[in-house]
Design a protein around this ligand. Structure first.
Ligand code: NAD
Length: 251
């Protein structure tokens, strides 16, 4: 089995699932985590069925105790994590006019504080090991664009870019790198939701306006996560890499 273990949050579906499969292809031992137990177990099972190494743990990123306990158990079994991918996220349509404190809090809790919980738990053993890589999912929303009626999401995702900068500096002395990926339009349950995002029709409408001519596939993001975790990215830290088919650079 590989001596490199990666943990991925929200890895039961979408970008997280594709990232789990891509790390498995690169011979990592993959710790699949999610609040979706059936989906997460299926991802771990498909990796194992293909000759890889994986296991599923239920991990709600809004629970400090659950995050701490999953990471402690994984470290006990496999040693310090080599790579941490903070992917879990929600995108809710929340107009400012009716926004409740709880709605703001939930998005920030999942999309930003959830990442802090994971890194806070995983960093001590990584620091002792003097190696490791962190990859967080930001978005072109927040880094480049605002999103109508998605202020909490825009704020949380902008926060991710600051989170990786601060984390990169604090952990650099122990040779741990931290970077973010800012995806554009990627076809997942999140974007296919017609209420909280653009839906199928919206994706079809936007595709011709994307310079590379298509909506992104989750694997387009997953491959960049594997690259950022690898030694090929050994001098990159504190960066947010936009992966959007050219959306943010022109029409
Ligand atoms: N799809 C896109 O176009 C796009 C664009 C930019 C950024 N992103 C970001 O990429 C990441 C993955 O997005 P996706 O499109 O695959 O979304 P998705 O909705 O398909 O998957 C999100 C995953 O996060 C999990 N999750 C939600 N709340 C959780 C919690 N409290 N604890 C643990 N897991 C939780 C879900 O169960 C799910 O597995 C998110 O952070 C998202 O904001 C996506």
């Amino acid at each position: 089995m590989s001596d490199s273990t990666v943990i991925i949050s929200g890895a039961g579906i979408g970008i997280g699932k594709a990232t789990a499969l891509a790390f498995a292809e690169s011979n990592y031992n993959v710790i699949v985590t999610d609040v979706l137990s059936d989906e997460g177990n299926n991802v771990a099972k498909s990796i194992i069925d293909n000759g890889g190494s994986a296991e599923f743990h239920h991990m709600d990123v809004t629970s400090t105790s659950e995050v701490n306990s999953v990471i402690k158990n994984v470290e006990k079994k496999y040693g310090p994590l080599n790579t941490v991918v903070c992917n879990a996220g929600i995108a809710k349509m929340i107009p400012m006019k009716t926004m409740k404190d709880e709605e703001w809090d939930l998005t920030i809790d999942v999309d930003l504080k959830g990442m802090m919980r994971i890194i806070r738990a995983a960093a001590p053993a990584m620091r002792d090991a003097k190696k490791g890589s962190i990859v967080c999912l930001a978005s072109v929303v927040g880094t480049t664009y605002g999103w109508d009626e998605h202020v909490p999401y825009s704020a949380a995702k902008a926060g991710v870019t600051g989170f990786v900068k601060g984390t990169a500096i604090e952990l650099a002395k122990d040779h741990i790198r931290a970077n973010a990926i800012a995806p554009g339009f990627i076809r997942t349950a999140q974007t296919l939701d017609p209420v909280h995002s653009v839906g199928e029709e919206g994706l079809e409408a936007v595709a011709p306006t994307i310079p590379l001519g298509r909506v992104g596939d989750p694997s387009d993001i997953a491959d960049v996560a594997v690259f950022l975790a690898s030694n090929k990215a050994r001098y990159i830290t504190g960066q947010t890499i936009t992966v959007d088919g050219g959306v943010t650079v022109g029409l």
